[in-house]
Design a protein around this ligand. Structure first.
Ligand code: F0G
Length: 482
């Protein structure tokens, strides 16, 4: 991949796109931000973008779309069945992901619902490198359980390991022997393992998983929502693939998998999702579920315009200048924060920069949600909306007990080609200030806790008047600045 050097030695990522459509942002006063937090139950999901300055909640459906994606939307072919738009998407899936049979679904979790419906029953066990929230919710909903099989390095927050998303092959064999292959309908590998900080797996590891899957005749399912970024990090970090193109790396990974599913909200910077395979029997096992849950087989709950933008977006994942922009900006943000001693997940991963809230807020007990508190505090002092990825995002166990998360992270998502470098510098500045004043942050407690995926709509409140104290210190240091 081409490198662009600066003559005076500055090492900053350079945007290889220009901005042609803009949206005005609002940086509202800190008093309004406090009111917004109170109205939104100290849950950043429940904030209105009216009150948010930089929206770093997620990259899901928020990546910038290209001119070609938008143009394609205008030539969409409206038809319930047999739409030409669908044929274009099918071809893109085959060209980019190398799979002939494609089932459209309205987003990633809908694919998880269909996969779980088709394959999971009570007593099923799904080994995976690590869970994602919606994946686990669907698997358990259908009576299954999950087994997370990262190597120990995957749980080390500050590390130099290039592939913390790798699956532990010994543990995989052990678990198959204990539970029996017949109770394991599939093994799931998640590209750029989201909840441990967007950490990739290596192709060698995927090959090793494939060998075990073949030995025990178990299907291998790839969650490809963040596949392009995983491919980019393979290119950077895995010796064997230094000269291999992104497209070829993607194909190698999908060829090793029996079923590939994805959220197109991430993968192709559009909306929608899908499940694809080269095995007609597998396709048939899920085919009837798409009209049942999603819509007819040539749209699957996705609008034809989005189908067109998804097809173009899939081809664009082969463009390194597009794929590398977000990981390169994330690496820049992580480095800036490390320079201010803010504890971060390292190495820098994809999707976002991940702050280690367990360490920033070591004075807050885990059952008072340090990551939730840090996300709320950051919004209060900056208008930057991150996402809690810790105990609030965990679900209670089957007996209703709180399950403390392995990691308490605040994710600062960097969607593709959305933010400028000065905005990234603002985030680093405010987060570094907050780190210096971390002792002022206090815990949270639930006042409203929904039974499923509680982090989306749950409501919390501060355990003391810490937000007011934080505001007082902010005013002392920043005066009348927003
Ligand atoms: N798998 C992974 C790895 C994901 O990151 C997501 C979504 C899904 C599946 C579900 O896809 O949202 O289209 O239904 N991740 C988003 C996030 C929500 O913010 O990280 P979906």
């Amino acid at each position: 991949m081409d490198e662009i050097k600066f003559y005076y030695g500055e090492n900053i990522p350079l945007e290889l796109h220009k901005v042609r459509v803009v949206q005005k942002l609002h940086l509202v006063p800190i008093e309004r931000r406090l009111a917004a937090l109170e109205e939104g139950g100290y849950n950043t999901f429940r904030l209105s973008t009216n009150d948010v300055f930089l929206d770093m909640l997620t990259d899901s459906g928020t990546n910038a779309m290209s001119d070609n994606q938008l143009a394609a939307m205008m030539q969409a072919d409206d038809a319930y069945a047999g739409s030409q738009s669908f044929a274009r998407l099918q071809k893109a899936v085959e060209d980019v992901l190398g799979k002939k049979y494609y089932l459209p679904v309205h987003q990633g979790r809908a694919a998880e619902n269909i996969l779980s419906n088709a394959y999971i029953k009570k007593g099923s066990l799904i080994p995976m490198n690590y869970h994602f929230t919606t994946t686990m919710a669907h698997i358990t909903q259908y009576g299954g359980k999950i087994a997370e099989l990262l190597y120990d390095e995957g749980y080390v927050i500050e590390s130099t390991h290039p592939f913390k998303g790798n699956m532990n092959i010994d543990k995989l064999e052990e678990i198959i022997k204990i539970h029996g292959a017949k109770n394991i309908p599939f093994i799931r590998m998640e590209a750029s393992t989201n909840l441990i900080g967007g950490q990739p797996f290596s192709i060698q590891n995927l090959r090793d998983v494939r060998t075990v899957a073949d030995k025990y005749k178990i299907r291998l399912v790839l969650d490809a929502s963040l596949l392009g970024e995983n491919a980019y990090l393979v290119h950077l970090r895995e010796e064997e693939f230094k000269e291999t193109s992104l497209g070829d790396i993607i194909k190698i990974m999908t060829d090793l998998s029996d079923i590939v599913y994805f959220s197109a909200r991430k993968l192709s910077s559009s909306r929608g999702g899908g499940i694809c395979t080269n095995d007609l029997d597998i396709y048939r096992e899920m085919e009837a579920l798409v009209p049942l849950f999603e819509g007819y087989l040539t749209y699957g709950g996705i609008s034809v315009r989005e189908i067109e933008s998804m097809a173009v977006g899939l081809y664009e994942t082969l463009d390194e200048t597009m794929i590398r922009q977000s990981p390169d900006f994330i690496a820049y943000l992580v480095d800036s924060l490390l320079n201010h001693n803010v504890p971060m997940v390292t190495p820098a991963g994809v999707l976002g920069a991940h702050v280690n809230a367990m360490k920033v807020c070591e004075h807050i007990p885990q059952n008072q949600y340090p990551a939730g508190a840090l996300a709320a505090a950051l919004f209060l002092i900056s208008g930057v909306r991150g996402m809690e990825r810790g105990t609030v995002s965990n679900q209670r166990d089957e007996y209703g007990n709180e399950t403390l998360a392995d990691m308490e992270l605040v994710r600062l998502a960097v969607p593709r080609r959305v933010f400028t470098l000065s905005q990234i510098k603002y985030v680093a500045d405010r987060m570094a200030w907050l780190y210096e004043n971390r002792k002022l942050i206090g815990g949270l407690r639930f006042v409203y806790e929904p039974p499923v995926l509680r982090f989306f709509m749950g409501g919390l409140e501060p355990v003391s008047d810490w937000p007011q104290k934080l505001i007082a210190k902010f005013k002392e240091d920043f005066g009348e600045s927003l």
